[in-house]
Design a protein around this ligand. Structure first.
Ligand code: SP5
Ligand code: ZN
Length: 344
């Protein structure tokens, strides 16, 4: 299996997020990727650059005005002479209008963002577009016949919706990969999201679609981010009815509970019988993760890789979250190595 990576991820750096009432440096750092890269090299997994896929491909998943906003948000902020962090400070909640897109930068940030933990810095657009290209390149390689490919995406993507950003995510890399597979070769694609947090953006994007199944295991939104989506009663609507499956799990879930839910997820994917699989590979399910509350240990990640490989589907793996920087490389390579049939 090849890995696809762009050094442009490092342009997205230095942002602050609102976390438990304080402005702190983001947990989502460039070091995460450096550590994963060294582990890939140590495991002799070949790393290649993304292709120059045109920006127009983003519009298969995202709203054009949203893409224009993301590309220009930092420059607009600066043009208005503002200092400090490009973060929203007000949102269109119940009782407020969502049909107006404010032309001022503060209103526009609140319109498109859904949290204050996702800063836009000077290089955010370049990094996010490069990550999207990594994911679509992996999809291209799989649609050309590779059994699997791993997109080392940063920033991550699964919280980004058609026209919303949040949760450290700007463009939805996994959704772009799934749509790319459909556009090139496949009739049906399953997305399995194993990040600790519910993939609200991916769910929203495919909510009314019957050509993409969305299956997610995550910490219960009753207490865990993103709080307002990811419950078990969300099953899709219209043509998408029955094609979304959420398996929220209690905080403190360890391997036994996790393995049972993963089995349920894999059974649902087998029943859907897709032509290809996209894995939203967050590893913030690790017991040592600083912002999450599952109890998976290192040795469980090769088991996850082996179970995913058991589906025997052409597969694009897309990096999402995972914030235990010291361990993240070994954990990711644990999944990838077992997926590719190598002993852990
Ligand atoms: C891609 C990804 O993993 N995004 C996660 C964004 C989470 N941001 C907010 C985290 C709030 C964590 N609250 C701590 C609860 C501890 N149980
Ligand atoms: Zn996460």
């Amino acid at each position: 299996m090849k890995a696809i990576h762009s050094p442009l991820h490092a342009r997205h750096e230095g942002g602050m997020e609102l976390f438990r009432g304080q402005l702190v440096p983001t947990f989502e750092t460039p070091e995460r990727i450096a550590v994963i890269l060294s582990a890939l090299e140590a495991a002799h997994i070949e790393v290649t650059a993304p292709r120059d896929i045109p920006e127009s491909r983003l519009l298969r998943v995202h709203d054009a005005e949203f893409v224009t906003f993301l590309r220009g948000a930092h420059a607009r902020w600066q043009a208005e002479g503002r200092q400090g962090n490009v973060l929203p400070s007000g949102f269109p909640a119940r009782g407020l209008r969502r049909d107006r897109k404010p032309s001022g930068i503060s209103g526009a940030l609140g319109y498109y963002a859904f949290d204050a933990s996702t800063p836009i810095v000077a290089g955010t657009w370049e990094a996010a577009f490069a990550a999207a290209r990594c994911a679509m390149t992996a999809a291209a390689m799989v649609s050309e016949g590779e059994a699997a490919a791993y997109a080392l995406c940063r920033p991550p993507g699964h919280h980004a919706g058609r026209s919303t950003y949040g949760g450290y995510c700007y463009l939805n890399n996994a959704a772009l990969a799934a749509q790319y597979l459909l556009d090139e070769r496949c009739r049906r694609v399953s997305v399995i999201d194993i990040d600790y947090h519910h993939g609200n953006g991916t769910q929203e994007i495919f909510w009314e679609r019957d050509d993409v199944q969305f299956v997610s295991l995550h910490g219960t939104p009753d207490t865990e981010y993103p709080w307002f989506l990811g419950y078990a009663d969300e099953r899709g609507e219209g043509r998408g009815a029955g094609h979304t499956l959420n398996l929220p799990l209690p905080t403190g879930t360890g391997w036994d509970g996790y393995q049972a839910a993963l089995g349920t997820a894999l059974d649902a994917i087998r029943r859907y019988a897709p032509d290809a699989l996209v894995v939203s590979l967050g590893v913030d399910t690790f017991a040592g993760d600083p912002i999450s509350a599952f109890k998976l240990q290192r040795e469980h990640y090769p088991r996850i890789g082996g179970l995913l490989a058991g589906l025997a589907l052409p597969t694009v793996l897309v990096q999402e979250g995972g914030y235990a920087v010291a361990e993240i490389g070994d954990i990711v390579v644990g999944v990838l190595g077992a997926f590719a049939g190598r002993p852990a």
